[in-house]
Design a protein around this ligand. Structure first.
Ligand code: GUN
Ligand code: FE
Length: 459
């Protein structure tokens, strides 16, 4: 099962998929193959004597293969206070909980003890590729990057930058934050260990209100110098937006604060984008920047309802993020159903205001569409859409084996799918199962996780 474009759900029955063990790439995929595995490999490689088959894995009738989930926005240190402060708005939550917890990572030992459980948990949720924020601390960020590399997850890791409007126990000077970022980037790019390429650095100004003009421009220059991606927060909450405008009164929009510092480009991921002005949308579109939609967090912090169809209609790439700990759940499945709920609430609010909704505008996001956002959409936002996101020949094999009959599965197994009884003749029972997977499943159903062709987690 995969969804190569927004709105297409592709279900290939009884299919065979081959992975090249040495490159980690998909050799080929064929529905109802008539050939033996050896003959298929011969056909895919165009060679009569391909290397031998290392392993053959046969799925049960309750299992299916899908692309790995891509979390385009999460904060590794914020797993320390999951589920706390969800009666506060963003700025109060940052001050009361977030900065205090993140400052604990000044002690590298805290990072060492904590980050390995974070990465295990993210992998167990089927996340094969994540964009992580660390903290301001260089050494703890290095521990995070090294932990991810060792566990074999694909990731962007960012050293958080903040040099103003921050508590005195959790702030750096402009020089420290820029030098720390450069040292972090170089350390990762110079890493020659096995599978080092899976973990890449990402330039990470926390958000405009905690970064001086000099800090932002310096980070823009570093992103260009090392050709690395950029991540930050944009238009999350009304008081945050007015604070950003107060800090940068000469800017024409919130997005322009990042744009004029050279931080908006095709490799930029902007989280939230809930309250976007026409200028914000235009700035992102012109730069080719991507959006990380974080509905779990937007509900939990009362930030608002992002308009996914409008972002897409404006030509922006959109993926999903958990935004732990603004979001209380590290599950991308939760992010998917929250995206559906946020969209339904948004449509209801628009109708209540008497807005006329034309065409697709008024159609609720469906399970297939949010599955796209969590897979191919995320790959597109991460700038790796040609390499990842769907099950196509030549793409990297980042994938999950889902098991509907897992122990204590919250999803009905194939044997017990009463909903299938009400299918219309031509409908595929797997459409119903996929819908139930998106709305009911959790990490119990994620049986095996592969990154770059390797098994990195199994239950
Ligand atoms: N804006 C600035 N920092 C943060 C953060 O840590 N989480 C969220 N959700 N928004 C932010
Ligand atoms: Fe965030």
């Amino acid at each position: 099962v995969d969804t190569p474009t927004f709105g297409t759900l592709r279900i290939r029955h009884d299919a065979a998929l081959g992975v090249d063990h040495s490159t980690g790439r998909i050799l080929g995929i064929e529905e109802k193959p008539a050939l033996s595995p050896h003959k298929l490999v011969e056909q895919w490689t165009g060679s009569e004597h391909p290397a031998s088959i290392v392993a053959t894995v046969r799925l049960t009738a309750d299992q299916f293969l899908m692309p790995g989930l891509i979390d385009t926005h999460t904060h590794a240190p914020q797993f320390t206070f999951l589920g706390i402060g969800h009666d506060l708005p963003l700025m109060d939550w940052l001050e009361k909980y977030t900065f205090k917890h993140e400052s604990e990572f000044k002690d590298t030992e805290v990072a060492r003890q904590f980050y390995h459980t974070v990465v295990d948990r993210v992998l167990a949720n089927g996340v094969t590729f994540a964009a992580y924020y660390g903290t301001i601390h260089l050494e703890s960020n290095r521990v995070l990057a090294e932990t991810i590399r060792k566990k074999g997850q694909r990731a962007y890791v960012g050293k958080v930058c903040m040099d103003m409007n921050s508590p005195d126990y959790y702030v750096e000077t402009t020089e420290e934050t820029l030098e720390g970022t450069e040292a972090f980037i170089r350390g990762i790019l110079d890493n020659k260990q096995e599978r080092a390429g899976l973990v890449q650095p990402i330039v990470t100004p926390r958000f405009a209100p905690t970064c001086s003009q000099k800090c932002l421009s310096g980070l823009g220059a570093l992103a260009r110098k090392y050709n690395v991606p950029v991540q930050s927060h944009l238009c999350e909450n009304p008081s945050e937006i007015s604070f950003a405008q107060q800090c940068f009164p000469e800017s024409t929009s919130y997005a322009d604060i990042y744009g004029s510092a050279g931080l908006l480009g095709p490799r930029t991921i902007m989280a939230h984008c809930v309250h976007m002005s026409t200028e914000d949308l235009k700035a992102l579109r012109q730069a080719g920047a991507g959006v990380s939609h974080c509905p779990t967090s937007n509900f939990a912090l009362g930030s608002g309802l992002a308009d996914v169809r409008k972002l897409l209609a404006n030509g922006l790439r959109v993926g999903l993020g958990t935004d732990v700990g603004g979001g209380y759940s590290p599950s991308m499945l939760d992010a998917m159903r929250m995206a559906c709920a946020a969209n339904r609430a948004l449509l209801a609010a628009k109708r209540e205001k008497g807005e006329q909704l034309v065409g697709r505008e008024g159609v609720p996001l469906d399970a297939g569409e949010v599955l796209f956002l969590a897979t191919q959409g995320g790959a597109d936002v991460m700038g790796m859409g040609a390499e990842l996101g769907s099950l196509d020949a030549a793409k990297l094999f980042d994938a999950l084996v889902v098991d509907l009959a897992a122990d204590r599965s919250p999803v009905p197994s194939v044997q017990r799918t009463p909903a299938v009884a009400c299918l219309h003749d031509a409908e595929d029972a797997w459409h119903v199962r996929l819908e139930q997977f998106v709305f009911l499943a959790d990490d119990r159903n994620i049986a095996r996780v592969y990154v770059d062709g390797r098994l990195v987690h199994s239950v």
